[in-house]
Design a protein around this ligand. Structure first.
Ligand SMILES: Nc1ncnc2c1ncn2[C@@H]1O[C@H](COP(=O)(O)OP(=O)(O)OP(=O)(O)O)[C@@H](O)[C@H]1O
Ligand SMILES: [Mg+2]
Length: 382
């Protein structure tokens, strides 16, 4: 005796609901990808699946996941899958579903919404080459390894070294106007470098930068992130202002070296937070010392830069700005960056990795901890 038809088709629906789109990571049933699923007289279930784009590279994965899920339903003797492609209207619908609402005229930045629980950290420095990108990718990888959902925006339009440092060489895919970010070491990453063919030098004017950043934040499907890190270009340029406008709740992480000159410019970078009403979460001193074979520390770039920046910012801003950590010089930091294997993952016991983990753990707090705490935010320039 076979089971009643409705129960079997319910079970088939339930089985299909366990299959996630490998890219969007949500159930295919929720995404409107299952056009039909019928069980024939012969017990064979015929599934018609709509792909978001023709020639979707993850078709095989979908096929095997669906087959495995549906074949496990009692009363099913086989699974046949045919693939179609979503119509523009269906993709539009999917897109607004992913955005969590109807289609809107202005791109909506989920992290800037009042209810967002994503902590947003903008990693800034005054001077170039102090290790901003290295710190960003290592913090991201460390946070992801702690089980947090992490995204990185490489907002350094001219530098864009983040994807290489994370080993995220995949290209983003598109669903209509939505961009699916490549992932590496559990970190979702988007960089302007991914959109400029062949590393072409890009000359961007301020408004274009602003628009590009807005797109990164609004059109990329990030999902529910715990932490979003932005690797800012050095200095106090247009992008810092755009970040303040687009993400008024972003907190600034200042990176400096121990050197006095670097510290002075880092102070300036941090001090713009005063104008933009952003919180400075702390200072990271990078390249603090080099451990010598005899265990002594060589202060290659002098000492005291991190503490000096923190004290100075505490004075200007009128709120406590701590030194979150001191990261020693270690050739493995650079090697890890070159190889796309951040030191926190490749050499977690190295002193530099431990220092980075300590900083990461201080940052791994969700937004709700800020509830009830006046942030004094005024969106700048609106
Ligand atoms: N703690 C460290 N120990 C050894 N090398 C480091 C360390 N931090 C950074 N580096 C190396 O220093 C160089 C500059 O670092 P990075 O690119 O991260 O700096 P940045 O501030 O992002 O630079 P830019 O201003 O060009 O964007 C890189 O080669 C990197 O591998
Ligand atoms: Mg950089």
């Amino acid at each position: 005796m076979s089971a009643p038809v409705s129960t079997v088709s319910d079970a088939i629906q339930a089985a299909l609901a366990t299959v996630n789109d490998p890219e969007i990571r949500r159930p295919i049933t929720e995404l409107g990808m299952v056009q039909s699923a019928e069980r024939g007289e012969d017990g064979v279930v015929r599934v018609e699946l709509l792909l978001t784009v023709a020639g979707c590279p993850l078709k095989d994965k979908l096929r095997s996941d669906i087959t495995a899920a549906v074949a496990a339903v009692p009363g099913v003797s086989g699974v046949e899958i045919t693939f179609g492609v979503m119509s523009p209207e269906q993709r539009q619908e999917l897109q607004s579903k992913l955005r969590g609402g109807g289609a809107t005229a202005e791109p909506v930045i989920p992290f800037a919404q009042p209810g967002s629980r994503t902590r947003v950290y903008a990693v800034a420095s005054g001077k170039g080459g102090v290790g901003k990108s290295s710190v960003t990718v290592n913090l991201a990888a460390a946070l992801a390894s702690r089980g947090l959902s992490v995204g990185v925006v490489d907002a350094d339009i001219y530098g864009h070294s983040v994807p290489r440092m994370l080993g995220a060489d995949g290209a983003p895919t598109r669903v209509e106007d939505m961009i699916m970010p490549p992932q590496s070491h559990g970190v979702k990453v988007i960089s302007i470098g991914m959109f400029t063919p062949g590393n072409a030098a890009v000359v961007w004017r301020g408004p274009m930068l602003h628009r590009a950043l807005q797109q990164f934040l609004a059109d990329v499907y990030w999902g529910d992130l715990d932490v979003l890190l932005l690797d800012l270009p050095p200095g106090t340029g247009d992008i810092a202002i755009s970040v303040a406008q687009l993400l008024p709740n972003a907190e600034i992480l200042v990176v400096t070296t121990p050197q006095a000159a670097a510290a002075e410019v880092a102070e300036r970078a941090g001090a713009i937070a005063l104008q933009t009403h952003q919180r400075v979460v702390g200072v990271i001193e990078n390249m603090s010392w080099l451990e010598m074979p005899d265990g002594s520390r060589m202060e290659v770039f002098g000492s005291g830069g991190g503490a000096a920046v923190a004290e100075s910012l505490t004075r200007t801003i009128g709120a406590q700005v701590p030194v979150l950590g001191q990261i020693p010089l270690d050739t493995r930091v650079r090697e890890g960056g070159d190889a796309g294997q951040p030191i926190v993952l490749a050499q977690p016991d190295a002193p530099a990795a431990k220092a980075l983990f300590q900083v990461a753990d201080r940052l791994a707090v969700r937004r709700e901890s800020l509830l009830g705490k006046p942030l004094g935010l005024k969106p700048a320039g609106r």
